[in-house]
Design a protein around this ligand. Structure first.
Ligand code: ZN
Length: 475
């Protein structure tokens, strides 16, 4: 039994059912689960680990619902900087296929460290290139080493160029092998219990890189084990053209025929959807991982997040692959979600009689994304997308996952009339503390669980080798 007390927080944002924001508050946890939250003087004064949160705001740990951690190896790739999704993928696929098991460890640690130090405590990773001996196991071991709550995907690609897909044949896998390995990792790692640190998701990469058979069989397999399903969908117009050309259906209709609409499914991006498709998501319980930085970086478009929220669709935040962001900073992502929703509002007037109304007209009030809504997506929204009821809020019985930010800094000066809003409106800060499952993972902005310096060095050495050999072998 181990206890943890985080005491004297200037403000503790619970995101509980009452959305309480408690001044001068403390949190007491036992074995990774919160027991008490409340005024500092009413809580236990001691614990095995005591953290002084004076001068800080405490928030529930953020949930990242879409990422490709291995892409930290190819950030800012010179040949991938100024192109959209399809050529961007083609520039990266052969490089990613040469990732080694050791490089999987380094890239997972690097990506998770950046996420944890920006306040993220639960991460879903969508790795789908498994070549060169790389396995999901490498990533799960690294996540455990660092201490982040981890939902790993057994992602996949099976439709190579010669069969009409986008990835080169050398980057795709045999379908029987994919399904066998999916079964293996679910049986080895998937833990559905309260407070689970490791879960598995089946995640064929996209409609243009897997066969219809693999989509159907992955769904069947996932449902037989009760694990969730994930893929990229409605990210670009090219993808829409692909499903229209090959299947004579828009992407959402196509996925419906594959058995892929349900409350155990969430899609990354979901940018190019119409109102009927939004209603369909709401009706079937499909969730959305909103990745604003990546959508801007690749000029993919703007996801109608406010429409999703109004329709009752679960929306979480995703930093997306590090090569299309190129950050893994979840606070930055929350800020971009707010800004991009507002940009969309300015660019796209609502349909109907409101067309000529100013964005400040009271009739358009509900179109504004607020700072607290951005925080809601980052916490409770992400938890709902991943199908978890034990994270996303700070309350007795919930996981002890939270982070703190120092308030008395240059970056927040003048913003303390609303410190909660400051966490989204002001420049993204490093967490002072990040606690996951009751364990301190970040202290003073630094990772405490892993010595990151040699990891960064090895990661960068390998990244340079990987990219320079690719450039040398390019035609
Ligand atoms: Zn992605």
């Amino acid at each position: 039994m181990s206890t943890l007390l985080a005491k004297n927080a200037d403000l503790l944002v619970t995101m509980d059912d009452g959305r309480r924001e408690l001044p001068d508050a403390s949190l007491f946890a036992r074995d990774g689960i919160i027991e008490q939250i409340g005024p500092t003087e009413q809580l236990p004064q001691n614990a095995d680990v005591v953290l002084d949160m004076a001068g800080q705001i405490v928030l529930p740990g953020f949930v990242n619902t879409h990422h490709h951690l291995d892409q930290t190896l190819t950030r800012a790739l010179p040949t991938g900087q100024n192109i959209n999704l399809f050529p961007w993928l083609q520039a990266h696929y052969p490089i990613w296929a040469r990732r080694t098991p050791e490089a999987s460890r380094w890239s997972t640690l690097v990506g998770l460290a950046e996420l944890a130090s920006s306040g993220c405590t639960t991460v879903f990773d969508h790795t789908y290139v498994f070549q060169n001996g790389s396995r999901v196991d490498d990533q799960i071991a690294a996540a455990r080493e660092l201490g982040v709550r981890f939902h790993a995907s057994r992602g996949s690609m099976s439709l190579g160029e010669s069969q009409g897909g986008l990835p080169p044949d050398s980057c795709v896998e045999d379908e029987a092998q994919i399904l066998d390995d999916s079964r293996r990792v679910i049986e080895t790692y998937h833990d559905a219990s309260h407070g689970s640190m490791t879960q598995i998701v089946l995640a064929p990469c996209s409609p243009f890189s897997v066969t219809p058979e693999l989509l159907r069989e992955s769904a069947e397999l996932a449902r037989s084990y009760g694990v969730h399903l994930h893929t990229h969908l409605c990210e670009t117009f090219e993808e829409e053209r692909f499903t229209l050309t090959h299947f004579q259906q828009r992407p959402v209709a196509w996925m419906e025929t594959m058995g892929w609409l349900g409350d155990d499914v969430w899609f990354a991006h979901a940018v190019h959807v119409n109102d009927d498709e939004i209603r369909q998501f709401a009706k079937t319980g499909v969730g959305v991982a909103h990745c604003p930085c990546s959508n801007m970086r690749l000029a993919s478009g703007i996801s109608p997040v406010k429409k999703y929220l109004a329709a009752g669709v679960h929306v979480g935040l995703g930093v997306d692959g590090s090569a299309s962001n190129d950050a893994s900073n979840i606070l930055l992502e929350a800020r971009q979600a707010l800004l991009l929703a507002r940009l969309r509002m300015g660019l796209l007037p609502p349909e109907g009689p409101q067309t000529l109304l100013s964005t400040s007209d009271p009739l358009r009030r509900d179109e504004w994304m607020t700072a607290r809504e951005a925080l809601e997506i980052a916490t409770r929204g992400g938890a709902a997308v991943l199908g978890r009821s034990d994270i996303g809020a700070l309350a007795p019985g919930m996981c002890a996952d939270f982070f703190s930010i120092s308030l008395n800094t240059v970056d927040y000066a003048g913003a303390l009339n609303d410190p909660v809003a400051a966490t989204v409106f002001c420049a993204p800060q490093k967490a002072r503390y990040t606690v996951i499952n009751g364990r301190v993972v970040v202290e003073g902005g630094q990772i405490t669980t892993v010595n990151m310096a040699p990891v960064i060095e090895a990661h960068n050495r390998f990244s340079r080798e990987l990219v320079s050999s690719q450039l040398a072998s390019a035609p």
